[in-house]
Design a protein around this ligand. Structure first.
Ligand code: DGY
Length: 321
C-alpha cells in the first residue's frame, strides 16, 4: 500500500531550492505568482491540505482555518502573525509558526537607513539632483539634523527594537525604551525604560517596533503625535496600522513633527496621499526583511517548520500567544 504524502499550499513564489526541501515529504500546491491569492481561492485550495505556507499579507482568518479541514500547520514567512487567527487555529489544534530572529538584523538595518534618510534628507536630496535642482554648492543647501548627542526613543523592546538600539552608541545617541511589562521589557535595563509619554516628549527620533494588536492599533495618533518634539521624526518598520496615517499626515502638515520614515502602511500597497506629497517623508515598500540572505532564510525556516510538524515532530519556531 502506498502512503500518501501530506499536501501543502504555498501562497507565493519562493526560491525553488527551498521548495525542493518540501518535495520529498509533501505534495506541493504552489501559487507561482507574485500577486496575492484571493481569500476565496486560499479557502478553496486549503481544503484537504495538511500544511499552509503563507505570507504576512494573506488573511488566514477563522473562515480560512475552517476551510482547511485537514490543516495541521500554518507557517507564515514573517515574524508578525497578526494576519492569522491564532485562537481559531489553536481551537482546532493547528500549530502556527513564524520566522523570528533571522530578520532582526535586516529590519534593524532598514530602520537605520530610514532614520538617516529622514534626518539627512537623502530622498529629497536625490530627487533634487535628478531634476536639476542642484545648481552648485551653497552653504545652507539641504541642511539636515545630526544624530550625535540626540535621543532615540524605541517603542517596543523586542528583538528588532533592541537590535536598533544596539547601533545607537555608534552615533553617540542615548536610547530610551517604552515597553509593556513582560519578557521584552525585562531584556533592557530599567534605567532605559520610560513611559510612552516621556519617550514622545523627549526623543529626537521615535522608532516603532511593536506587533499589531488591538492595543497597539493607532498607538500613534493625533494625541500622541502632538506630544512629540517639533524637531523629531517618526520611523515605522513594524506594522502600518500602529500609526493613524490620517493623523500623521495632519501632524506633518501642521509641522508638529519634522519628518517620517515609513516602511509599512495602513492599507498596503496604498499610501495615504497626504504622505505621498511630502518631501520630508521617506517611503519604502515594506522591505524591512528584503535582503536575499534574510528572505531565503525565512523561507527555509517556514519549510522546516512544516516538515517537522507534518513529520510528527515539534515545530522549530511555534508562535506563542
Ligand atoms: C514580517 O516578517 O513580519 C515582515 O513584515 C514581513 O517580512
Amino acid at each position: 500500500m502506498t502512503e500518501t504524502k501530506p499536501a501543502v499550499l504555498v501562497t507565493r513564489r519562493m526560491p525553488s531550492a527551498v521548495l525542493d526541501q518540501l518535495a520529498p515529504s509533501c505534495l506541493v500546491d504552489l501559487h507561482p505568482g507574485t500577486d496575492d491569492l484571493p481569500h476565496e481561492e486560499v479557502c478553496a485550495r486549503l481544503r484537504g491540505k495538511q500544511g499552509l505556507i503563507c505570507m504576512f499579507n494573506d488573511r488566514i482568518d477563522a473562515a480560512a482555518i475552517a476551510a482547511g479541514d485537514s490543516l495541521r500547520v500554518i507557517a507564515t514567512v514573517a515574524v508578525g502573525f497578526d494576519n492569522i487567527d491564532v485562537v481559531a487555529a489553536a481551537a482546532r489544534g493547528i500549530v502556527v509558526t513564524n520566522t523570528p530572529d533571522i530578520l532582526t538584523g535586516a529590519t534593524a538595518e532598514l530602520t537605520w537607513a530610514l532614520i538617516l534618510s529622514v534626518t539627512r534628507r537623502i530622498g529629497e536630496a536625490d530627487r533634487a539632483v535628478r531634476r536639476g535642482g542642484w545648481t552648485g554648492w551653497t552653504f545652507d543647501f539641504m541642511l539636515g539634523s545630526e544624530l550625535q548627542g540626540k535621543r532615540l526613543g524605541i517603542v517596543g523592546a523586542g528583538r528588532i527594537g533592541r537590535a536598533v538600539a544596539a547601533v545607537a552608541p555608534a552615533f553617540d545617541m542615548q536610547v530610551v525604551f517604552a515597553a509593556k511589562p513582560g519578557a521584552d521589557r525585562d531584556s533592557v535595563s530599567d534605567e532605559t525604560v520610560v513611559s510612552l509619554d516621556e519617550l514622545l516628549l523627549t526623543s529626537d527620533v521615535v522608532s516603532l517596533h511593536l506587533p499589531l494588536t488591538e492595543t497597539t492599533r493607532h498607538v500613534i495618533n493625533r494625541r500622541t503625535l502632538a506630544r512629540m518634539k517639533r524637531s523629531a521624526c517618526l520611523i515605522n518598520t513594524s506594522r502600518g496600522p500602529v500609526v493613524d496615517e490620517e493623523a500623521l499626515s495632519w501632524a506633518l502638515e501642521e509641522r508638529l513633527i519634522a519628518g517620517a520614515g515609513l516602511d509599512v502602511f495602513e492599507e498596503e500597497p496604498r499610501v495615504h496621499p497626504g504622505l505621498l506629497q511630502r518631501e520630508n517623508v521617506c517611503l519604502t515598500p515594506h522591505i524591512g526583511s528584503a535582503t536575499r540572505e534574510t528572505r531565503a532564510a525565512m523561507a527555509a525556516l517556514a519549510v522546516r517548520n512544516v516538515v517537522e510538524v507534518l513529520g510528527g515532530r515539534p515545530a522549530v519556531t511555534p508562535v506563542h500567544r
